[in-house]
Design a protein around this ligand. Structure first.
Ligand code: ADP
Ligand code: MG
Length: 283
């Protein structure tokens, strides 16, 4: 760890907020100030040989996290003999995943507001030369429990710094299957366009309450993704969704990454372009 390392006894950990692939995230109180944070605890033994992933996450967060209101802020980090600790500003509103599940699905105008906000943060990340690679509703957190709380992009554990604008620079297979772009499975090289694909899957999920490539087996899911095989069905879930919204999803889910819009282009799409869109629906 670089200089500035502090000791973890400055914090007292509390309840578990969530867990992911490599970490447990706990509420932590800074003893001196009484302020609450979210502390990502990573077991060094479990991460053996992959410590560089955590150092990468820290490096990326240091580069971008205080630069945008919709990206979680890394507040502090330190390590002990057994664990690495990443201390973030606390998001108390839970995951977007849980809100979608609780609601069933989002009203189209609310979905567009969320997607616009997230895409603006994605554009910022991309302009900073970073690809997130694990955008999904479990990694999008609400700052407070309020209905209109700010949404925050979290979990830069799989992110990468891109050395140039080439969109086929990365090759390893990683991410969460249902949100992974076709070029990741095809191993033809990938880059920033994978985040736009994931945003297409997230938008579909927001509008319908289920994901587009859900299949019985992981292999069938992968085949469907590579073929771009999904539908706006069953009809009852899509009848009140505008053609503009469907067209937006379709454009983000363009199989060829070279033809997929960039984050900046997606933001210019009719569905997102105006702040309070008026939707014409079929009902
Ligand atoms: P992993 O890389 O293991 O997926 P994440 O960074 O995604 O780790 O954190 C796992 C979970 O912990 C998240 O999905 C979320 O529920 C919770 N979490 C992460 N960061 C915060 C935070 N700043 N505030 C509140 N909860 C958080
Ligand atoms: Mg995660």
């Amino acid at each position: 760890m670089p200089p500035g390392v502090t000791v973890p006894c400055q914090y007292r950990t509390g309840k578990t907020l969530g867990s992911g692939t490599y970490a447990i995230v706990k509420e932590a109180i800074h003893i001196q100030t009484g302020k609450y944070y979210a502390c990502k605890v990573i077991n060094k033994k479990l991460m053996e040989g992959r410590e560089h992933m955590v150092r990468n996450e820290i490096a990326v967060l240091k580069r971008i996290s205080s630069g945008h209101t919709n990206i979680v802020t890394l507040h502090d980090y330190f390590e002990t003999a057994h664990n690495l600790y990443l201390c973030f500003d606390l998001c108390t509103g839970g995951e977007l995943f849980d809100r979608i599940c609780a609601k069933g699905n989002y009203y189209e105008a609310d979905a567009a507001d969320l997607v616009r906000t997230i895409f603006k943060a994605v554009k910022y990340i991309h302009e900073a030369g970073i690809v997130h690679r694990d955008l999904k509703p479990e990694n999008l957190l609400f700052k407070t429990p309020a209905e209109d709380a700010a949404i925050m992009i979290a979990d830069f554990g799989l992110s990468r710094v891109m050395e140039d604008e080439k969109i086929t620079q990365l090759t390893e297979i990683c991410g969460t299957p249902g949100y992974m772009a076709p070029e990741i499975f095809k191993r033809t090289g990938h880059g920033k366009p994978v985040d736009v694909w994931a945003m297409g899957v997230i938008t579909y999920f927001l509008l319908a309450g289920y994901t587009p490539f859900d299949r019985d087996t992981q292999e069938a899911e992968m085949k469907a993704i590579i073929a771009g095989d999904y539908k706006f069905e069953p009809e009852e879930y899509w009848q009140n969704v505008s053609d503009t919204a469907k067209e937006f999803v379709r454009t983000c889910l363009t199989v060829d990454p070279h033809k997929r819009p960039t984050a900046a282009e997606a933001l210019k799409h009719k569905w997102l372009a105006s702040a309070s869109p008026i939707f014409v629906t079929s009902s």
